[in-house]
Design a protein around this ligand. Structure first.
Ligand code: GDP
Ligand code: MG
Length: 844
């Protein structure tokens, strides 16, 4: 079986491919067509509009609408992009399931679908509809299997004014925050391919418009962005895989017609296999899954197109897709191959999964390499990869799929090396914060204190803060009591919804001897005086005891047999009356035992002593707020007074704007260099005027977003406010992150001067906060909503507000610089990169 991978592959190809002449098939096919019904379109748009306006209430969902001006449209067409959260596509009540949808209005004001993606489709077994049983019962052939290409999706269509609209899943045109957008790169490929066949973008726009269709292609180009599968220059380009009719329902071309269109318009064709019988489809997919390769190429999986009815014999058949992604052992083989190459090349390679078996495999490979000097060289040229793998499996007497399954017996725990959330189940004074701080200092893990999150909707924001910490840390400590089951339920569910691979480990402070626990924790807390956010002991002992008692009364024991606690991946029992040093050691040792690749070594006793001591000595909360008194012992009046007294000094100021602060000297140096004395007087006049009048700003920043545009970008503003309230409150200098800022050019008129900049993420995490969820588009953490990211250098007088830079730059984009427009423009030599610190700036 395993030994015949390559031949099996050939056999498959000839078995399924040779018999089918797609060109011939296409010739006999009717091209699907339907025109747009403006009434139907406007119903969908209204539905989307409604979803975008309402918040995400309980069980609710919301659509996100983004406006784009189509840069190449001579008549200034504007399109709206619509998107739902990925998991919302599983709902049954959406106005449309098109993933990738752009709408617009014609000159006459008629609503129109400009781009229509596929209906969201799911992996085999992911939803009920994609179980094999359902597929057997409700679908009919022909089944068109196309290779799941591995790039990013590009939509192409024709607008009313013959502009070719090129979009990625949810956006189009330039983006101020990235050097080149997917849509831009796609458009460039398109230009090249059309040039090759002597056609223009207008030709293609007209053709697609005539067909009322969107062409759907995969942009695969390693020179732009590397995906898991390799696309060298000879394979790079736009792989056409579908043509959809621009209507709310899902109607798509049969693949032979897609291939014909690809031929006619210079696209690369997506590999295609047509199988009539569903049992054969299943057998085929399962065979290829064994090898992870098809037609001599690595493949990620297949998309299968067919017709489906929701009710056989009653409802009509409609176009319907599902996908079949290859997982194991294919992914393991891929890791083996990469690890082997790294080994031969003397490079480091981090094993992510299948750690134990892969280590064994590598040990075996090491011996083979030592025994045969030609092996390594050949391997690097991709020879003998499969043979080496099979030799090892034979030596171990294992099938590949069994090898891949080996470690999944322990839930994959031995391969876990990150994304752990530690969740105490405790009451006040158990030592949560002490242990959390000690762990942070020992391992550099994140630590989020619920006490530091103030304001409404704390639970989801707490979860969000934890998950954000996982972007930067291998683990995070969820410092909250989680004394009640509903709190645990919230946390577990929210985490699992948003982060598929995070593991939740309970630190279960077992509450058996309540009297003793009460005594120990009260003693500790009353001894600690005023150093706590919510409880300022010395201020009001009675009240503190009341609050502590409340938690003890409400405490619900952890029961891992039942929900919600069954949702924990592991539980570590601790004794609240034992010292925190002792508990710390239990936590560390247990984590090491259960996740050996996560806590690889146990720190020395001295290091643990020190970490606890530092936590006990140094811990001073950096903010205070008061929680409503639950003990009800105090008179109402007294209570109110206390609250007022506590709230007064920290009346919260709202976020005014998000800023990327720059170093003054960096900017001044760039300006000095740009305005060199050998420029003409007209070029330097305004700068000199600013300098003379001391109107060059003392400090410089790039505005990412101002609260004034919160309405246009509600999600982003929410995210920024949240980051400010959480991270901003924790970091002493308010630093939220870092960016590189590239200074490109100075643009000015006689009122205002600005530097056009480019924001460059410093870490991969900042570059794509959706990394890890391949189904979401790449999205930078620090988005700039201004059309042109810029630094205002100075304004003529107080009558000119810095935000007018936006107007200047809009004019500059539209009309350009020069005498006619009265706009000066100077390139900054070398386009220097300077460091920027992201901070939230609060209202005065
Ligand atoms: P939390 O309410 O669960 O977060 O508990 P803390 O970690 O804040 O601990 C409560 C108080 O007890 C703090 O003042 C700690 O400094 C103190 N504390 C924590 N662990 C120990 C310990 O092992 N021994 C003693 N004596 N005090 C401790
Ligand atoms: Mg605490």
């Amino acid at each position: 079986m395993e030994g015949t991978v390559e031949t099996l592959d050939n056999a498959l190809s000839s078995k399924y491919k040779a018999s089918t002449d797609y060109a011939k098939l296409a010739a006999g096919m009717k091209v699907p067509y339907l025109s747009q019904d403006p009434h139907e379109t406007s119903t969908v748009i209204n539905g989307l509009e409604e979803c975008s306006k309402r918040g995400k209430g309980r069980g609710g969902f919301s659509a996100k609408k983004t406006k784009y001006a189509v840069a190449s449209s001579p008549t200034g067409i504007i399109v709206d992009s619509w998107r739902f959260q990925e998991h919302d596509y599983k709902r049954r009540d959406l106005p449309t399931y098109a993933r990738g949808l752009f709408t617009t209005r014609t000159k006459q004001g008629v609503p129109e679908i400009a781009v229509r993606g596929y209906d969201k489709f799911f992996n085999i077994g992911e939803v009920r509809e994609t179980s094999w049983d359902h597929i057997f019962e409700r679908t009919k052939g022909p089944y068109e299997l196309s290779l799941k290409e591995n790039g990013c999706i590009i939509f192409i269509s024709g607008l009313e004014d013959d502009t070719l609209l090129v979009c990625s899943k949810h956006s189009t045109g330039d983006r101020s925050d990235v050097a080149v957008s997917h849509a831009n790169v796609g458009e460039r490929h398109l230009e090249r391919q059309l040039q090759r066949i002597g056609k223009t973008k207008q030709d293609l726009a007209r053709e697609l418009r005539k067909r009322n269709a969107t062409a759907v292609a995969e942009l695969c180009d390693d020179s732009f962005e590397e995906h898991i599968l390799a696309y060298g220059p000879d394979k790079a380009g736009l792989y056409l895989h579908g043509i959809n009719i621009n209507i709310p329902g899902f109607m798509t071309y049969p693949s032979p017609l897609v291939q014909k269109f690809a031929d006619d318009w210079g696209f690369i064709k997506t590999g295609l296999i047509i199988i009539d019988d569903v049992q054969t489809v299943k057998a085929f997919l399962e065979e290829v899954a064994e090898t992870g390769a098809h037609d001599g190429r690595d493949v990620e999986g297949f998309v299968i197109r067919c017709k489906m009815t929701t009710n056989p014999g009653v409802a009509p058949y409609q176009d319907w897709f599902f996908k079949y992604k290859f997982e194991e052992p294919y992914l393991m083989y891929r890791q083996w191959r990469e690890a082997t190459k790294a080994l031969i090349g003397g490079k480091q390679f981090k094993l992510r999964k299948h750690v134990k078996i892969t280590e064994e495999y590598l040990l075996y490979v090491r011996k083979r390499l030592a025994a045969d000097r030609t092996l390594g060289k050949a391997y690097l040229q991709n020879h003998g990869i499969i043979k080496l793998r099979n030799d090892f499996l034979e030596y171990k007497n294992l099938r590949g799929s069994d090898a891949a399954n080996l470690e999944d017996l322990d839930g994959g725990a031995s391969s876990v090396d990150r994304d752990i959330i530690l969740v105490p189940i405790a009451t006040i004074g158990c030592g949560k914060t002490t242990i959390g701080l000690a762990l942070s200092s020992l391992f550099g893990w994140g630590h989020i204190q619920n006490d530091n999150i103030t304001g409404p909707k704390r639970p989801p924001r707490f979860t969000r803060a934890l998950l954000d910490e996982l972007d930067e840390h291998a683990a995070v400590f969820a410092d909250r009591n989680n004394a009640m089951k509903h709190e645990r339920k919230q946390l577990i569910n929210d985490v699992k919804m948003q982060h598929a691979t995070a593991r939740l480990v309970a630190l279960n402070f077992v509450h058996n001897d309540i009297d003793k626990i009460r005594q120990v924790t009260q003693d500790r807390v009353l001894a600690r005086g005023d150093n706590h956010q919510t409880i300022q002991a010395a201020t009001d002992m009675g009240k503190v005891v009341g609050i502590m008692e409340g938690f003890i009364k409400r405490f619900e024991h952890c029961d891992i047999e039942k929900e919600p606690d069954a949702g924990f991946d592991a539980v570590i029992d601790l004794d609240p009356t034992a010292g925190s040093r002792e508990n710390l050691e239990i936590v560390v040792k247990e984590l090491h035992r259960q996740y050996p690749n996560f806590v690889k070594e146990i720190p020395s006793a001295e290091d643990m002593d020190k970490a606890i001591q530092a936590a006990l000595d140094g811990y001073k909360p950096d903010m205070r707020h008061i929680i409503p008194d639950r003990s009800r012992n105090d008179s109402k009046k007294n209570n109110k007074q206390q609250q007022q007294a506590a709230e007064k000094p920290q009346k919260k100021k709202p976020l005014e704007y998000m800023s990327v602060d720059l170093t003054t000297n960096d900017i001044l140096a760039a300006l000095e260099k740009t305005f060199s004395p050998n420029l003409s007087a007209s070029q330097t006049r305004f700068f000199k005027q600013l300098q003379g009048a001391r109107r060059v700003q003392p400090k410089f920043h790039v505005t990412l977003m101002h609260r004034a545009s919160a309405k246009e970008h509600p999600e982003l503003w929410k995210r920024y406010m949240f980051l400010q309230e959480t991270d901003g409150a924790i970091h002493p200098d308010g630093k939220l992150g870092e960016l590189q800022v590239q200074l490109e050019r100075v643009v000015f008129d006689d009122r205002i001067m600005a530097i056009v900049v480019r924001l460059v993420p410093t870490s991969p995490e900042d570059e794509n906060i959706n990394a890890g969820d391949v189904s979401l588009p790449a999205k930078p953490k620090w988005e700039c909503v201004n059309r042109v990211a810029h630094v205002t250098v100075g304004t003529r007088d107080d009558g000119v507000k810095p935000k007018e830079s936006n107007d200047l730059l809009a004019r500059w984009l539209k009309d350009g610089s020069g005498e006619k427009t009265g706009i000066g423009e100077l390139l900054i030599e070398g386009k220097p990169m300077v460091k920027g610190i992201v901070r939230g700036v609060l209202s005065k």
